[in-house]
Design a protein around this ligand. Structure first.
Ligand code: ASP
Length: 295
């Protein structure tokens, strides 16, 4: 139960074994990115943005540059950031032509009167963000991280600082072969991610089903009711499977630095970096039944 804490997932699904190694490598790198941002004095929002932006730009995960194309062959992205301190959020959905929707989601949360923009008009907000200098554009559609920063599946993270402030994110290109305009759970508050002063969660899997049980909010509520994040993650997945029969995964972290994870999909890469930041714990969270079916 060490603080600060960064926990990251690289998406739950039917990962090919050789791709899993890459997934684990990149969630580990992303956790380090978020943690080093905190160490350099960044806030939980800075760290969550930097961590997620790294995964969007790495090209190896289903977000940002590496996103799965929609049926028109376009990278149509969804993302959200949640500030647990006051339960505010910023979301962007179905945006084309940018690499880092997470920064735009944060801009929407911090600098507009609204919480959620979609489609072509979300791109106008992106242009406003760049022209105001909120983020610098490296190349067209690609932004620099928050300035404290040095620098295939849905991604998300939860960051908790030493004082117990929590931020959570999700960012995705969506499910395979999605219809243009389709939006999943990732930018939907309470479904793809959620955070309050007690706990944060970030989910991955079939968005149509995750939204039906508002998976992230439901799981956080279990922690508020007294379960540990690990128990809550497992309970959240049980309820999800009972109600929908579908596949998903979730990571959870609370203000005390306790964390948990669960998936009923074949696999979900996870990385955790906590305390002094010396040792990153990275692994593949597996669904044992599904692993046995494969072998
Ligand atoms: N949840 C994402 C969506 O439905 C997909 C994923 O997690 O891989 O868009």
């Amino acid at each position: 139960m060490d603080l600060p804490l960064v926990i990251v997932h690289g998406g739950a699904g039917s990962w090919k074994d050789e791709r899993l190694k890459v997934g684990v490598e990149y969630v580990e790198k992303a956790a380090r990115e978020g943690f080093s941002c905190l160490e350099r004095g960044g806030s939980v929002l800075d760290a969550a943005e930097a961590c997620t932006l790294f995964m969007e730009s790495c090209g190896e995960l289903n977000a940002g540059r590496g996103a799965r194309p929609n049926r028109d062959g376009e990278l149509e992205l969804d993302a959200m950031i949640v500030n647990g301190a006051d339960i505010t959020f910023g979301s962007v959905a179905a945006i084309i032509g940018i690499e880092n929707p997470i920064s735009l989601a944060r801009y929407i949360m911090e600098r507009t009167d609204y919480s959620f923009f979609a489609g072509g008009n979300a791109h106008r907000i992106y242009e406003q963000m760049i022209s105001e200098g909120y983020r610098e554009e490296k190349t067209q559609g690609v932004v620099m991280g928050p300035h404290v920063s040095s620098t295939s599946d849905t991604v998300g993270c939860i960051v908790v600082d030493k004082s117990g402030n929590i931020a959570a994110t999700s960012s995705t290109g969506g499910i395979p072969n999605k219809a243009p305009g389709r939006v999943g759970d990732s930018p939907v508050m309470g479904a793809g991610a959620y955070a309050n002063q007690c706990c944060g969660a970030s989910a991955t899997g079939y968005g149509e089903h995750i939204m039906r049980v508002v998976l992230s909010r439901t799981t956080v509520l279990y922690v508020e009711e007294g379960q540990s994040p690990m128990q809550a993650a497992k309970r959240g997945m049980e309820i999800f499977e009972q109600k929908t029969g579908s596949e998903a995964g979730i990571i959870v972290a609370d203000a005390k630095g306790r964390w948990g994870y669960a998936t009923n999909a074949k696999a979900m890469p996870v990385a955790v970096l906590a305390g002094n930041g010396l040792k990153v714990t990275s692994f593949t969270c597996v669904n044992e039944e599904k692993q046995q079916e494969e072998t």
